[in-house]
Ligand binder design. Structure first.
Ligand code: SF4
Length: 436
């Protein structure tokens, strides 16, 4: 490593300039692209024909931090319930804009159910599954006409699993005639980009404003996704929706999505992201929102909730106390954010350290806004707490977790609540020690 590489700023490249697209519901506006921060979005997996169940899941995703929520609109029964879904959300004070996901029959549903077209804030159009030939062109034009009439933005969402087969076949033929043909994979990537860009241009030619179009080209392999989006970014200035499609379950889905998106985001590419995790049976759908936020926050691109730094533990710590404390503090901080984000502006940037022993505990704790170093094996059973780099109190006994949580609450109120004159929020039965 050279001195230059140590001194150089490792920050992400400046965001690639894109047109800003406004996605609205009532007075609530989510801006995608332009100078807006990268937007987090998600998608429901309930039956949209059941507006109650879908409203509850949309609320759950929104409360987790999803700034746009996409719902499937696949049948007349689903389309007929979108306005009721919107009403239910409005009654629950959930202003999150809804995006309708259309395939095959979107032109019919948006035309036959104008209440649905109006209640949605954006339409996702997949140009690869709207039929072929003139029928495809007519269906596409019909959807654009509805978008213009209702003044709604669209996402042209190309997906390699449903790529326009006529376009791909034509490009394969053209490739075969080359003196040095590209690989089939390269042609597929080029076809994805061409499909997205030409359909966006076509939508504009049909009358849709240029600042009402977002593009995506989703594939399921990391290197393909990076290659496709780099090229897409080079060829147009529409805002780009990033996502690795069919990312998979658990750690595989998280790792693959993070690997792909982090490379692109670091290069300034991407205006909105969705993490397509397959939930475990009965699993929490909002996990995809948490992962999206954590990607953006750990890269320093946005801040959503205070982050907990915790060591992995090792043979120097034989108890699970610090693991439990790290987990409970992270869950506690996230649970407070719906209230804290308005009451304590800036708290989302706070760093909390929970460390397992004296080796790195005090050092990491000093670097955090607030940190605790728990006793490792053979160490004196006490836990020094550091606030703004200074050692303050030492906790002992069975109530370390409760006392540390109370210290964190008081710190948040004191540091981030001053402008509002807010009082520290104490939980019943927990007495916070004075940390100064
Ligand atoms: S801080 Fe201590 S317990 Fe944690 S990983 Fe390092 S040596 Fe192990």
């Amino acid at each position: 490593m050279t001195l230059d590489s140590v001194l150089s700023d490792p920050a992400a490249a400046p965001r690639r300039p894109t047109r800003g697209v406004a996605v609205r519901w009532g007075g609530h506006v989510v801006r995608v692209g332009g100078d807006a921060p990268v937007v987090v979005q998600s998608m429901t997996n309930t039956d949209t024909a059941d507006p109650q169940a879908t409203a509850l899941q949309v609320r759950e995703l929104w409360q987790a931090g999803s700034e746009l929520v996409r719902v499937t609109v696949n049948t007349p029964e689903a389309a007929a319930q979108v306005a009721a879904l919107r009403d239910a959300l409005d009654r629950m004070n959930v202003p999150v804009p809804l995006v309708g996901d259309f395939h095959y029959n979107g032109h019919k549903l948006l035309t036959q159910f104008p209440d649905c077209a109006q209640a949605l804030s954006k339409y996702r159009i997949n140009p690869g599954n709207m039929g072929g030939g003139k029928r495809r062109d007519d269906n596409f034009a019909q959807m654009i006409e509805v978008a213009c009439r209702h003044d709604k933005p669209i996402r042209i969402g190309v997906n390699w699993g449903s790529l326009d087969h006529e376009l791909l076949a034509r490009m394969m033929d053209e490739n075969a005639a080359r003196s040095a043909p590209w690989s089939a994979n390269a042609v597929m990537r080029e076809a994805l980009v061409v499909s997205a860009v030409t359909n966006a241009e076509r939508a504009q030619a049909l009358g849709l404003r240029g600042d009402a179009i977002v593009l995506s080209c989703k594939v399921s392999h990391v290197q393909d996704l990076i290659a496709v989006y780099r090229e897409l970014s080079r060829r147009c200035d529409y805002p780009l929706h990033l996502g690795l499609t069919e990312a998979g379950m658990g750690s595989k889905g998280i790792v693959a999505s993070t690997a792909a998106l982090a490379v692109l985001l670091q290069q300034g590419i991407g205006d909105t992201i969705r993490i397509s995790l397959t939930p475990e049976p009965g699993g929490d759908r909002s996990r995809e929102v948490v992962v999206a936020q954590e990607i953006l926050q750990t890269m320093g691109l946005r801040a959503f909730t205070p982050m907990v730094v915790a060591c992995p533990g090792c043979g120097r710590t034989s108890s699970t106390v610090f693991q439990e404390l790290a987990a409970s503090i992270q869950a506690f901080l996230r649970a407070q954010m719906p209230v804290w984000k308005t009451r304590y502006p800036g708290v989302e940037n706070m760093h909390v350290a929970v460390m397992g022993c004296v080796v790195n505990g005090p050092g990491e704790s000093r670097h955090a806004d607030i940190g605790i170093s728990l006793p490792g094996t053979g160490e004196i059973p006490s836990a020094p707490v550091y606030v703004d780099g200074e050692r303050t109190v030492t906790l002992k006994g069975d109530a370390i977790a409760e006392e540390f949580q109370a210290i964190v609450e008081n710190y948040v109120a004191r540091r981030y609540g001053q402008q509002q004159g807010a009082e520290p929020a104490r939980r019943p039965g927990v007495v916070a020690r004075d940390i100064h």
